[in-house]
Ligand binder design. Structure first.
Ligand SMILES: NC(=O)c1ccc[n+]([C@@H]2O[C@H](COP(=O)([O-])OP(=O)(O)OC[C@H]3O[C@@H](n4cnc5c(N)ncnc54)[C@H](O)[C@@H]3O)[C@@H](O)[C@H]2O)c1
Ligand SMILES: [Zn+2]
Length: 381
């Protein structure tokens, strides 16, 4: 059932108009992928890259559909989850692609969650110094976040996403209907990034997320399609102004300083979106404590997160000292100091007087914020 019209957003990446691309959000677009690829990304053949789950659910069918339409296509399968987003996986994939003679006249199609997108994108960026790439994200997080903006890469033993490249896709095709098979925890993880988009840029998007929380949690419905579109528009606007992450794009890290610290301290058992949800509340409390964020912001954020069944406090006691230490190793820190994206109010980030996008906060302020996450146990989270 196609319950929402096709809508597309055009992202122009300065300074090169050649790098402009469309993000199409259209229920059922997977079925018309052959025509769309033939029109928007014509090629001698297509290398479709998915993890084992998505390959089984959609990959085989997509490749068969491309072949039935007379296009040459082959499926390449990698391991599931972030643990498979490694240099070793990239190396194995690159060898397979080269053995199959995937070169510049071919297109690489990343079909899957953020792991497939990042891995396929990095393979495309590095193979023969750049093979054209199409993103077909299938997780909510990949639809509203990972597939937009051209960042690709893999994890190393030194940290996540530390080896990578910028490669803008030729096209991003989003079929919200595939969210019906996405596990609820993954839906919530994606929803946290949508809350982030609303919190930094558009309070109405936040209100809509709260009102349509049921559609988000169930993974279907026209309301969800509209919310995906609104989130994509926010991310697209930010990355178009700062394609290589030299300034403004930092706002997309709202909630991620404490979020990454929580992921580190829980050995990545806490899903990314849950960690970001808690991190956003911590940043709102910190901003309020520093008189930068309007009072009541953290409370309103908690209400939206609760509607989406997202947490506002960590699931287990964690010491503030350990969290501060872990936050200090966040790779987004400039010159070794921990920096935070803060809100002025819901829908608007605060900017420091130096015109940057992040604030350095005293440990005292951060401690206050962390204590506010669990008022009953000050000092312990
Ligand atoms: N490049 C960027 O700008 C960017 C931004 C944010 C996150 N990321 C990266 O994205 C990754 C996280 O992405 P993710 O959360 O999509 O993880 P993921 O790719 O591991 O997907 C999550 C799970 O959902 C499954 N799945 C995906 N689509 C499905 C569907 N339609 N139905 C059923 N199951 C489905 C996958 O098999 C996997 O088990 C991380 O590696 C992160 O670093 C990249
Ligand atoms: Zn994130």
């Amino acid at each position: 059932m196609n319950d929402a019209p096709s809508t597309s957003i055009h992202i122009a990446v300065p300074p090169s108009p050649a790098a402009a691309y469309d993000v199409i959000v259209e229920p059922g677009v997977l079925e018309r992928l052959p025509a769309l690829l033939a029109e928007r990304a014509p090629a001698a053949s297509y290398a479709v890259i998915s993890d084992a789950n998505v390959a089984r659910l959609y990959g085989t069918a997509v490749v068969e559909r491309l072949q039935s339409a007379g296009l040459s296509a082959r499926l390449f399968i990698h391991g599931v989850g972030d643990a498979a987003k490694t240099i070793e996986s990239w190396s194995a994939l690159a060898d397979e692609l080269l053995a199959a003679r995937v070169g510049r006249d071919r297109r690489v199609v990343g079909l899957g969650g953020g792991v497939s997108g990042d891995l396929a994108g990095f393979a495309a960026a590095t193979l023969q110094r750049g093979v054209a790439f199409v993103q077909v994200p299938t997780s909510l997080l990949a639809m509203v976040d990972a597939s937009i903006g051209g960042k690709t890469g893999v994890n190393t033993k030194h940290g996540k996403n530390l080896v990578g490249a910028f490669l803008q896709p030729r096209l991003v095709a989003i079929d919200p209907q595939v969210l019906r098979t996405l596990p609820e925890q993954e839906l919530r993880s994606g929803a946290a990034e949508m809350v982030k988009h609303g919190a930094i840029r558009d309070v109405r998007h936040l209100e809509q997320l709260r009102d349509d929380a049921a559609a988000v949690r169930q993974g279907h419905g026209a309301a969800l399609h509209q919310l995906i579109l609104a989130s994509v528009a926010i991310k697209a606007a930010v990355v178009a102004r700062d394609p290589l992450e030299s300034g403004e794009r930092a706002v997309l890290n709202f909630g991620h300083t404490v979020g990454h610290a929580l992921e580190l301290l829980t050995d990545y058992r806490l899903p990314h979106g849950y960690a970001v949800a808690i991190g956003m509340v911590a940043a709102a409390h910190a901003g309020e404590a520093a008189s930068i964020t309007e009072p009541g912001t953290a409370r309103a954020l908690r209400e939206t997160l609760a509607a989406l069944a997202l947490p506002s406090s960590p699931p287990m006691p964690l010491s503030a000292d350990a969290l501060l230490a872990a936050a200090g190793t966040d790779k987004k820190g400039r010159r070794g100091r921990t920096r935070y994206v803060l809100l002025r109010r819901l829908g608007e980030v605060a900017q420091p007087p130096d015109g940057g996008w992040t604030f350095e906060l005293s440990d005292d302020i951060v401690r206050q914020a962390l204590a506010a996450l669990r008022p009953a146990a000050a000092g312990q989270l």
